[in-house]
Design a protein around this ligand. Sequence first.
Ligand code: AMP
Ligand code: MN
Ligand code: MN
Length: 323
Amino acid sequence: MIDRQLLEKAAAAIAGSKELALACHVGPDGDALGSMVGFGIAARNAGKGVVAGFGSPFAVPGTLSFIPDDLLVDPDSFPEAPETMVVFDAGSPDRLAELGSSAGDSGTLVVIDHHVTNEGFGDIGLVDPEAAATGVIVAELLDVLGWPITTDIATCLLTALVTDTGRFQYANTNPAALELAARLVGAGARPDLISQKVYEEAPFGYLKVAGAALSRAELDLAARMVSTIITEQDLDEAGVGWGDIDNLINTLRLAEEADVAVLAKVHADGQVRLSVRSRGDTDVGALAAALGGGGHRLAAGVTFDGPPEKAIDEVRARLEEYR
Ligand code: AMP
Ligand code: MN
Ligand code: MN
């Protein structure tokens, strides 16, 4: 739980502002997008002027196409110096990419996040590493604001919970997460439809991309690490986007010989984004933070310039230190 006084301070800043600019981390997942849009709908219902966005590439993942998009504006249209800005699911300003400058130039910056690696940026930080998802903290804030959770808001927040807990299977699945889920389903959110969209369907090209990436996977028995590389060219050939392959890491990490799974995603601009997961023996959040990234103990990410093999080796070299 976030301290009540802190919630009230954030609520006062938000309630006192006519216009709100909302942002979440680049390459948004269900928690980032669901938390931001769920909060945005509640704010609009309360009569606020609301825009919401995230940095380039500005594309909503196909798995999240059911999240309402009418509040979203592209990075070029995002306010440069908003009166009040609220940031969701980002542990540092660089996770906002080009929207980081709007955060820096905002009048009041509220940060809602649950990453252990959160740097403590912003004027008011609602940061709770015990929260299973940023969406949990959003629900706490909505209650203090007295803004009701309608069915569409409940759908957004349940998506946040479902995705960040891996359908209530990861170690972060706690009573607060399950109690909020019960409340959101009571408010009309449909767990069956969310699971269907997020986990049970993908464009056919995804099968081709997954097949290629998995057939190239390497197992380092000594390091207890499984890794593979996927390039934007692989995706282009199969006609799928980065937002379509968020579940690929979950197949890679099935290798029981490995504690750590690393998926290196090579973007067209040369940036390599690593998704890193641990079965339990390695603090990959701390490891990623040491390399300039961040995340949680068992799920983290880090971005590199340069060859993907070298990026994977940077992780390999530090595994012992974080076990
Ligand atoms: P992903 O592998 O993209 O699903 O990310 C796993 C977790 O690590 C999420 O909580 C992300 O917010 C976080 N994360 C991913 N990439 C980065 C990065 N470059 N810097 C900091 N945190 C990251
Ligand atoms: Mn996230
Ligand atoms: Mn999250």
